[in-house]
Write a protein that binds this ligand. Structure first.
Ligand code: DX5
Ligand code: ZN
Length: 209
């Protein structure tokens, strides 16, 4: 299992130190919110750029915004590995083309209430599919168990369509829920509050992995 810490619950007044504390992770997950797609605001491109300068990790950018087309290019950094948009957002096809134009992996995400079939029109373009395992907007929520069925369906779809996207989950990940995710076929788990509440995050990442 690959681990992508979400800096949402990190101590932003100590960013350098916080980033160092998770340096053995696989990716760094950046949760970008616009206060419209989700009822919260996180941080924007300027802070993301500072984060990028202070980590060796590749970035997994999660855009929880209504108009991702207008934001994608502001998150194209040398270390950007994936940019994930939601199928519930505007101009999905156009935004996918824009991400591909920058040779960045396209991520597609669905909220808990959105069915897997809504991914199908775009799934051939996906390098990553992100199944939200909480309602997006806030860290520290409980894992929604029914999301595991979506993961299992995606494993089947990937095989049947001979695709190679990775499956990621985001929200409510801890030692118990990550084991269920592994059994369902998840490749990457985003970990926010569970990890940042650990004293020794290096060990926390090893345990989750
Ligand atoms: C929710 C965010 C998640 C969240 C995960 O909108 O996308 O990345 O920060 O945090 P935890 O692990 O605390 O649920
Ligand atoms: Zn996220």
């Amino acid at each position: 299992m690959k681990i992508a810490p979400s800096v949402l619950t990190a101590d932003f007044s100590n960013l350098k130190k916080e980033l160092k504390s998770i340096e053995n992770a696989d990716y760094l997950h950046l949760d970008i919110m616009d206060g419209h797609f989700v009822p919260n605001i996180s941080f924007g491109p300027a802070i993301a750029k500072e984060i990028e300068k202070n980590t060796e990790l590749l970035l997994d950018v999660h855009l929880m915004v209504t108009d991702p087309f207008n934001w994608v290019e502001k998150f194209v950094f040398p270390k950007t590995k994936f940019i994930t948009i939601h199928t519930e957002a505007n101009k999905v096809s156009e935004t996918i083309s824009l991400i591909k134009k920058h040779q960045i992996g396209v991520g597609l995400s669905i909220k808990p209430a959105t069915p897997v079939r809504d991914l199908l029109p775009y799934i051939k373009d996906a390098a990553l599919v992100l199944v939200m395992t909480v309602e997006p907007g806030f860290g520290g929520q409980s894992f929604i168990m029914s999301s595991l069925d979506k993961v299992k369906d995606l494993v089947i779809i990937r095989k049947e369509m001979k695709l190679d996207f990775v499956i990621e989950v985001d929200g409510g990940i801890n030692l118990e829920t990550i084991a269920l995710c592994r059994d369902a076929g998840v490749d990457i788990a985003v970990a926010g509050s569970y990890l940042f509440n650990q004293k020794d995050r290096i060990q926390g990442i090893l345990s989750l992995r």
